[in-house]
Write a new protein. Structure first.
Lengths: 249, 251
């Protein structure tokens, strides 16, 4: 079943620059997709259309058959987005308060908010520091807190925008492990990155974007050899003709 | 960074942690105002009450002293100013400025009062969840239809969340400029402009990102309303605080 259907999607910025240009694709429920491309290729702009943060100039985005523009709160609840800069995403004065922000905006009753917060914090292993102030967390913990804040809204699709930027090796492994667990639990995962090395071993599908267009779309093993033409570095193992290993191995 | 945000919630199960936040705010306001009229005897009683409150809320005196160390410097300045500029019998002459006994007494009294109010604030913030303070602010603003309580409360909580980040950013900008020799420029206005403009630009960029992230999490002013409930211990505490305030004012 397709959870996301994008048809002839285009978006221009106010200054007339093209953000994305005539993108059409479908995403099946439970897929793990990596979207790569050089800076400014349109990855973030595309992803922001999937939960109604941006609305298309032409074309449409449908979530489980319903156009995003028809019910934006539903789209934002259904498609959770974890941003590149975790610090700018965290709004609560404590870890608990931050995770509660989304469910409270959904006007859930207090017991349900608390249940979701505890469940989300347990999922990302942050329950023990629920009363901690967010700015005292490490980079990896902040990223996990941002994920918990999204999980508390119980989305079906999770979008990660450059999830590994500014993280050390253990931080990358933590986030990768978390992402794979969420995928295993049935979430559809979309990861935007320009660094394939860390995640491509787990992807079902690789999309390459360039100048606002999807220029390659297919299984990673079929497309990985041609990515350097679009400003994305081919993983080392692939260059050496070896099998790409997971960073969790 | 932690020293810049000395006042923060510490989880616990003490009586002060469990009191209704509205009663705590009212008590804080009542004692703070009445302590401005208090003199040594009643201030001594208030000091004992505050020490007892610190004990039962499991705050450590050592960490309080550490967190208030900059405030003590401020108190020294206030004491010195009051001692020098109050007019009465001179205790000693320091370069034509007369330090008077009355000034020393006034300075000590003002510093004592300020210290107690700050300690009260520290106890309040340390034993109250920020989200509860936000809910209480909304509750207190309900009678004012022209003020959007939820918006004010959200702004308050965002300020508390982002002040440390802005200070971090300022420190990083200062360090980056020092590493490029800004200290060789003697003009303070030039240096201030070079600090403030990039800091403001980055702060606005962060604010933009924050707004988008809040939108992505369905932010609106229609949110879950948290229930506030009072019980007998809240009313008993308030009664005690009113009695204490009367004692402070009439002493």
């Amino acid at each position: 079943m397709n959870i996301i259907e994008v048809t002839n999607l285009s978006h221009r910025f106010l200054d007339g620059a093209i953000g994305i240009d005539n993108i059409s694709l479908s995403i099946r429920e439970g897929e793990f997709i990596v979207i790569a491309g050089r800076n400014g290729s349109g990855k973030t702009t595309f992803l922001r259309h999937l939960n109604g943060l941006l609305l298309p100039d032409t074309g449409s985005v449908r979530l489980a058959g319903v156009p995003v523009s028809r019910d934006i709160p539903r789209a934002r609840q259904m498609v959770g987005m974890v941003f590149q800069d975790a610090d700018s995403q965290i709004v609560g004065e404590t870890v608990f308060d931050d995770v509660a922000f989304g469910p409270e905006n959904l006007c859930l009753d207090e017991c349900e908010v608390k249940r979701r917060v505890i469940k989300s914090l347990e999922t990302v292993n942050l329950r023990d520091i629920a009363d901690q102030r967010p700015h005292l967390l490490s980079g990896g913990e902040k990223r996990r807190l941002a994920v918990a804040g999204i999980l508390a809204m119980e989305p079906r699709v999770l979008i990660f925008d450059e999830p590994f930027s500014d993280l050390d090796y253990p931080g990358v492994r933590q986030i990768l492990h978390q992402t794979l667990s969420l995928h295993k639990a049935g979430h559809t995962i979309l990861i935007a990155t320009h660094d394939l090395e860390k995640v491509i071993a787990h992807a079902d599908r690789l999309l390459i974007m360039s100048d606002g267009k999807v220029v390659m779309d297919g299984a990673p093993e079929m497309t990985i050899k041609d990515v350097e033409a679009f400003g994305v570095r081919e993983p080392c193992a692939s260059r050496l003709g070896m099998e790409i290993e997971s960073w969790l191995s | 960074m932690a020293e810049l945000t000395a006042f923060h919630f510490r989880p616990g199960t003490s009586l002060l942690h469990t009191l209704d936040v509205r009663f705590k705010i009212l008590s804080f306001i009542l004692i703070s105002i009445s302590s401005l009229k208090a003199y040594p005897l009643s201030l001594s009683i208030l000091t004992l009450v505050i020490f007892y409150a610190i004990l039962i809320s499991y705050l450590r005196f050592k960490s309080i002293l550490k967190e208030l160390r900059y405030f003590f410097v401020l108190l020294v300045f206030i004491f010195a100013a009051r001692a020098i500029f109050a007019s009465a019998l001179p205790a000693t002459n320091f370069q034509q400025s007369a330090v008077t006994w009355q000034g020393i007494y006034d300075g000590a009294l003002v510093c004592w009062r300020l210290l107690l109010v700050v300690l009260l604030g520290l106890i309040f913030v340390s034993t109250t969840r920020p989200s509860d303070i936000r809910t209480a602010v909304e509750w207190f603003l309900m009678p004012f239809p022209f003020i959007r309580g939820k918006r004010v409360a959200t702004m308050m909580s965002l300020i508390m969340r982002f002040v440390p980040l802005i200070l971090d950013q300022a420190r990083e900008t200062v360090d980056a400029q020092r590493s490029r020799g800004v200290e060789n420029r003697k003009n303070p206005v030039y240096r201030l402009i070079k600090l403030i403009i990039p800091l403001m630009i980055r702060t606005f960029e962060k604010a933009d990102k924050l707004a988008v992230a809040m939108e992505a999490r369905c932010y609106s002013e229609k949110q879950t309303n948290k229930a506030l409930s009072s019980n007998r211990s809240d009313w008993t505490t308030l009664f005690g605080v009113i009695c204490l305030s009367i004692l402070l004012v009439n002493n």
